[in-house]
Design a protein around this ligand. Sequence first.
Ligand code: DO4
Ligand code: MG
Length: 280
Amino acid sequence: MKLYKLPNQTLLEIESEFLLGPELDWDDLLGRENLKSLLTKESQTWEKISSANAESLIKEELLAPMGTQEIWAAGVTYYRSRTARMEESQDAGGADFYDKVYAADRPELFFKATPSRVSSPGGKVNIRKDSTWDVPEPELTLLISPSGKVQGFTVGNDMSSRSIEGENPLYLPQAKVYQGCASIGPCILIQDSISESTEISLEIYRNGELAASGKTNLTQLKRKPQELAGWLFRGNTFPVGCFLMTGTGIVPDDFTLAKGDEVKISIEGIGTLENTVGLI
Ligand code: DO4
Ligand code: MG
């Protein structure tokens, strides 16, 4: 089951059938524990529409599938991210921290974004004017219920300044949290688990030409989604649920984003999240 947020409506895809319903309260909705059965019941009265009609609605305008939930993120959960971070922080003497956190029991978790900092699918994600090295981070993103259960998955982009974080790991909040620092979408896949063979891919286009790309899959993710959710819920409560980005396994070599680049992140079984790069 896939759940899309439209400007004044809600779209549900169930086994290739599309159901169009009214605008919902996404705090109330994502704050429910039994989202799948709730949506199955709720959508019985919704209008059945053709896939062509649904596709054109999806193309017109989608909103980030969230209410006022916070977005959190995990870091250094793939070997690729550990190695890239160790290289970029070598001069600052920070390399050891990344190596240690990759191997430690406790994961790296950080606050990523409030809803006002999150771009909708098709919208602009930003790079900072005071940064010289910027990348998108394609991340499987968990929807977690108030009791801490994973009940859905979406595609996330954890925009990151490698120059700011690389200068000093204590600059992490400035490298990670700013206006337009994240995007999620295009929909939430409502289910409580996801196959380990799921592929994640990234394509970046500049002036219409492929400028960078990469691929990984969830076998490379060192920690299980429910394990990461468990750590986040130690010492935190989330009355309307929350989102948790699970870290990146794709770090493009010798590449920095530029204004106008088109970023496409795909996760098998969920969809493609597309954003244009702006400057702030
Ligand atoms: O340690 C800094 C952040 C790491 C991160 O965002 C990632 O691995 O995806
Ligand atoms: Mg990340």
